[in-house]
Design a binder for this molecule. Structure first.
Ligand code: AMP
Ligand code: ZN
Length: 507
């Protein structure tokens, strides 16, 4: 494939102001760094007890779209993401597997980062692991106890007293008038409508992983992890806190209560929540048979770029109904963009410009930036890009496309790809890795047959076969030339002969 696209930060768009819906205010607010320099943001990361599913990745991808767009507009970021590497499920699963929790989670931590890489999700500036920050959590619980917001129960666990924080419910706007003082819950995820005093620290149970600390032997609750680590790496009060919509209550509400009871400052000024993904119109669940990890889709033969585009094309505040038709559409859309980009970069165009193309490029760029700046409207942002491709293709067909047009269009595509990250083709590696992984895990039967053949062919092997085909043609051995073409086609390699030579791509 043609050029590696790199995003350009044009001076005209460094003044773009991002407007993003804020769950706390209930309005679309400007998102700017409060210190005028660097946007400090915290996004809740994965609980590493299994492979990530496409719902998880929708949330991480939408946050990546935000992050990439803010950078494109010239903003500096300090983005922190936690890894929850101790919780009820991890303790239960590692116990069942007979492994220490660190060994159990290591596999899923590296799988998670491999999956993020496959999807083109950039790494946050800081990755904070819960098990490496236990002392910060203990200190915060001590401060809560001093402030009268935490109490210890007979078994040695610690709880947050919700009645001590009258603002409880301000994020999720829940009416908590019927709340009972002292009613407790010690599981991390509880009923969506009931507020209960929640566990800050769980006393050690025999055989469970625990830490010896000044507040006793035990382990942290899930909510305290995020309060302690966000404040450790971003300060008492920061710009943006993000996560999936399920985290709004109780997780984020609890984070606010824990932090603000001690600091008396807003934990975060802006809160972003990504809506849940449905599959074929239903909540994803293993029993419904509509549950997919990223790896499941890669093994079916879908490209990582198509999965990325399908998951980000619906704006983050809208419900995304994931379907295989949607994935096929995304594949076709990327094909169109890549074919056009190839034509743009490799074509020979005369000097000069076509004012119509120049105008179309400027319009596309303005609309693209405006759509993303308007609460990250990815659907409206991609439309003008496809329209520009149409206009430019027509101009090329009519011989009315020039070198300056190429520069203008190239810049727009680079800005598009700085956020959408689907034109530059990085698909071969994730697919190859997924197949390797399936083999190593004894899940080869799940790999689409054409994929197995395809990944066994390296780029070098393809180029060598094409060189042989070229030689065969020169000596007029067309039977051999056709045979090579057929063989490659069967392995998913598409060959295009043009006057500039032979091009190939993986289907
Ligand atoms: P977890 O690993 O379960 O803590 O989740 C990691 C992230 O994925 C959180 O921000 C969740 O809100 C988000 N998430 C979980 N399920 C979905 C879903 N079906 N759609 C969108 N986001 C989800
Ligand atoms: Zn969190």
């Amino acid at each position: 494939m043609a050029s590696i696209l790199t995003g350009t930060m044009s001076p005209s768009h460094t003044t773009t102001t991002m407007r993003l819906f804020n769950t706390l205010s209930g309005e679309v607010d400007e998102l700017v760094p409060s210190d005028g320099k660097e946007l400090r943001m915290y996004a809740c990361g994965p609980t590493v007890y299994d492979y990530g599913h496409i719902g998880n990745f929708r949330t991480f991808l939408e946050i990546d779209v935000l992050r990439r767009f803010l950078k494109l507009t010239g903003m500096s970021l300090r983005h922190v993401m936690n890894i929850t590497d101790v919780d009820d499920k991890i303790i239960r699963n590692s116990g069942a597997a007979g492994l220490p929790i660190g060994e159990y989670t290591a596999k899923y931590v590296s799988a998670f980062f491999e999956d993020l890489d496959a999807l083109g999700v950039e790494r946050p500036e800081v990755i904070a692991r819960a098990t490496e920050n236990i002392d910060r959590m203990v200190q915060l619980i001590q401060k809560l106890a001093e402030a009268g917001a935490a109490y210890r129960t007979d078994d040695g666990s610690w709880y947050f007293r919700i009645k001590s924080f009258p603002e409880y419910g301000k994020l999720s706007k829940k009416d908590l008038s019927g709340m009972e003082d002292g009613a407790r819950v010690d599981v991390d995820e509880y009923e969506k409508d009931s507020a209960r005093d929640f566990a800050l620290w769980k006393a050690a149970k025999p055989g469970e992983t625990s830490w010896e600390t000044p507040i006793g032997r035990g382990r942290p609750g899930w909510h305290i992890e995020c309060s302690a680590m966000s404040m450790e790496f971003l300060g008492d009060s920061f710009d943006l806190h993000a996560g999936g919509e399920d985290l709004m209550f109780p997780h984020h509400e609890n984070e606010i209560a824990q932090s603000e009871s001690v600091t008396h400052k807003p934990l975060a000024r802006h809160w972003m929540h990504v809506r849940f993904l449905l599959v074929d119109g239903k909540k994803m669940s293993k029993s419904e048979g509509n549950f997919f990890t990223l790896r499941d889709l890669l093994l079916k033969g879908y490209k990582a770029s198509a999965i990325r585009l399908a998951l980000i094309s619906v704006p983050y505040r809208h419900q995304l109904n994931f379907t295989f038709d949607g994935l096929t559409d995304a594949t076709a859309a990327i094909d169109r963009l890549r074919t056009f980009n190839d034509r743009l970069m490799k074509g020979a165009f005369p000097a000069g410009e076509n004012p119509d193309v120049m105008t179309a490029a400027k319009k596309a760029r303005d609309e693209y930036f405006a759509a993303l700046a308007n609460d990250l409207n990815t659907a409206e942002a991609r439309a003008p890009i496809f329209e520009l491709v149409r206009v430019a293709n027509t101009a090329m067909d009519q011989g009315k496309f020039h070198q300056s047009d190429r520069e203008a269009v190239r810049t727009v595509l680079a800005d598009f790809d700085a956020v959408f990250a689907v034109i530059a083709d990085r698909d071969a590696e994730p697919t190859r890795r997924a197949v390797e992984w399936a083999k190593a895990e004894g899940r080869e039967a799940e790999v689409a047959p054409e994929l197995l053949a395809q990944v066994s062919l390296t780029d070098e092997a393809i180029n060598a076969l094409l060189a042989e085909r070229d030689q065969a043609k020169k000596r007029r051995d067309f039977a051999r030339a056709d045979q090579i073409r057929r063989e490659l086609m069967e392995k998913g390699i598409v060959i295009e002969d043009s006057k500039d030579g032979v091009r190939w791509k993986r289907r």
